[in-house]
Ligand binder design. Sequence first.
Ligand code: GLY
Length: 353
Amino acid sequence: MKKQEVILCDKLEKELLYAMGSKSYDKLFVLTDEHTALYCLPVIKEFLQKYHAIFMTIPAGDLNKTVETLVNVWTQLSNKGATRHSLLINLGGGMTTDLGGFAAATFKRGIRYINIPTTLLAMVDASVGGKTGINFNGLKNEVGVFALADNVLIDTNFLKTLDRENLFSGYAEMLKHGLISNVKHWAELLNFSTDEIDYVKLKVLVGKSVQIKENIVEQDPFEQGIRKALNLGHTVGHAFESLSFEENRPVLHGYAVAWGMVCELYLSSIKTGFPADKLRQTIYFIKENYGCFAIDCNKYDKLYAYMLHDKKNTAGIINFTLLKEVGDICINQSADKEEIFEMFDFYRECMGL
Ligand code: GLY
């Protein structure tokens, strides 16, 4: 797999000029959703117009990460004369970079693309590492391919327009990167003041976070081994997320992952010896900043059923990534139903439910 160049930008236009200049293309396309068209595109629109960019806008939100929206993008590319030598820029959150990346990877068997993520979640996770795709048949990211963007240009100035919930949703993935990397980074994430965001400090933390993800993806681009470290918190997190949608009380992805990490760190403590003090400190941070997702014991079977259907499982065994210590990763761990129900008991107890 080719290498992806991730750049933490001081001046977005300068880096974009460099990224565009480093490749030859015949036509330039820019994909935004209806929100980023309004709030983010103006930052670079004039610049892009100089290069005769053709703008395409899709509806915002994960509910629109569908095959219909994908067809809409393919159709526009086709009708507006895109060739195999065209270049696509995806400007937006994870929905736009996932769907735009998939459109680029499949149109004429693949055109080059650049991601400019505008949410924290997309900056530290979705836009980096080449996972592209759409939701299908009621399942998240059910259809897609691995296809790296040529460049990912991260401009943390976009974060200043993000609401608190979306900022924290992304921060949960950063916390995950802290847990799978080293104690120093984990501790600085827990000590970051979340009352008043220091965007200069946040930019430094984003840079470190992206580097952690890049290092892992470089070692294992197709998730055969160590890339599974990035699934910490996600086995339970996806179950919380699915339940939240089913019960019409939707939660943001990162929030579900944060609560998923509470559960999976508990499993780590009983199965792989994750230290009690670090469990306590991480849970304290999550409780303070994310609150909790309310469940009672009547939901355990449903959550367990969701976990059984997780696409990361093999042969019906629920697959977890656990930790022995911060930075000491144990992939391909399993837990039985009794342990999983005990984990939910722990979650409810520490969340005061
Ligand atoms: N979001 C996890 C990964 O990219 O592997």
